[in-house]
Design a protein around this ligand. Sequence first.
Ligand SMILES: Nc1ncnc2c1ncn2[C@@H]1O[C@H](COP(=O)(O)OP(=O)(O)OP(=O)(O)O)[C@@H](O)[C@H]1O
Length: 605
Amino acid sequence: MQAGKILKQKLQNTLRFLPALRLVWQSSPSWTIARVVLLVIQGILPLVSIYLAKLIVDTVAASLNTGDKAAAFGQVLFLIVLAGVVTLVTTLCTSLTELVNTAHSQQVSDYMQGILQAKSIEADLEYYENPQYYDTLQRAQQEAPYRPPQILNRLAQVGQNSISLLAMVGLLLSLHWGIALMLFVAGLPSMLVRVKYTRVLYRWQRKVTPQERQSMYLAWMLTSDQFAKEIRLFNLGSYFSQWYLRIRRQIYKESLVIFTARSLANFAAQAVAAILMFAVLAFIVNQAIQGVLKLGDLVLYYQALQRGQNDIKGLLSSVSGLYEDNLFLANLYEFLDLKPKLVEPLHPVPIPRPMQSGIVFNHVSFQYSTTTRQALKDINLIIRPGEVVALVGENGSGKTSLIKLLCRLYAPTSGSITIDGIDLGQFKIAELRQEISVIFQDYAKYHFTAQENIWLGNIDLPPHRESIIAAARRSGADDVITHLPQGYDTILGKLFERGEELSIGQWQKIALARAFLRDSQVIVLDEPTSAMDPKAEYEVFEKFRQLIKNQAAILISHRLSTVKMADRIYVMANGSIVESGTHDELMQLGATYAHLFETQAQQYR
Ligand SMILES: Nc1ncnc2c1ncn2[C@@H]1O[C@H](COP(=O)(O)OP(=O)(O)OP(=O)(O)O)[C@@H](O)[C@H]1O
């Protein structure tokens, strides 16, 4: 049973290239056909060429004894013209192959990028917080664009070389079976070297991926606008650059050791092949001198030997290349085989609309898979429609983690979260997220137009100006946008031509408008106004309070002057809720919240 399983696994590993070929086909059937047809023609043409060369030599040799030289020349001329046509067709095929390969490779590369992107979107957020995921992604990205089409080429090469080799071996067999055997023996060491070093390189590449990524990270920091200010002000440029070079040098040194050993082994293998081939050549020449072979035969066998040697080299190299592709494809499949950890329900339940009793956290605890500490401990919390709930607490107390669970970016380790008594796990993930508008502290800044920046909050809406303007007015972004040179059509950020950079507070207003555009039942603002001036913040919250209607709202803020207006405030510490109540109740309690509030209030006195 176990042996059967192992055998099945081995077979699956051996045939990894079959799904890769399917990907090549799916990327562009017409270019794939063109590529295969050209490969077949290019496999046949050299055989025709050699055969014509033999015919020419034989005809010339025969003409030496005939009287009708003109007729003999006519025959040879015809063969020469044919050989010329074959050469022309070969040249044409070479040019066409270049075109077809370039176009097809582009198509495959784009197609594979699409597949990787689709997989990346499907992957849970948890993967993005895990370095192994990035290693896997990096390796998949390295292999995806070129391995699948390379397999097609190699298979065709195997076909081409095999046909040609069969013909050559047939010819050489007629001279001596040992010559055919020598051909194989001569090619074997090279193939073994290739297979051995493929394994070595594969293992080394997997080991070195984290360092590769670190060097890429440093290179990216050195050229990215996000770090440009600090790098200049803290004078970090040459420090990072040196660090980058150190890593690259280490990678280079390690790779050089492997490549040097491989080159030496290759040289030894090829030297063996060359000695064997010269021995065979000596044998053929001797046969000609002994009169066993005619002049035409000598040319034919000599060419067949050369051709056969090339074919066997090509064949063994393609076979070991296929082995390499097969091995490295594991990197691609490892990424494509990542399974989402949050599973969709088998029988999803529609989300209650409108929500009646609201959201309930019932003894919820949560631990990130990469840590040993609980980020949330036994959380009990209720958010009713039309109610604003505020979460306060020190950095790292678990506020954002709680929101991530509500959005089902993660599932609780224990306990349950329900909407109107139905567990979140029973809703389709996309439908649940449709019902929640969230702006996290690390909101996205899209370098698109102001209008698009807001519209991205609800792409199911037609991009009508009115609804976008209404959302922008709610967040205070309208005022910012109307002062831009092209108003709502102004591109934001400095990445593209005519882009206008905004201040952090202004970007935050845009992000907030995005959340307001969504027609959702729950709205979550995770420190949405931290970069806004107090006047702007006050205006935003005043409007926010008026406009939430039946929405359930969760507000996270360190500014207690803002938190004060919430219907209920939960105070968090070390992953637990330590106090809850209205502002007045908590002030009366005179504990953590009251102390924090007093401390902040004193700073304003
Ligand atoms: N992706 C993650 N993987 C592992 N641990 C995490 C992850 N994100 C947060 N944590 C840990 O979980 C705890 C709670 O973090 P969380 O971001 O929820 O705090 P917070 O209250 O929102 O903090 P802040 O006020 O600084 O935004 C922290 O100890 C943090 O180190």
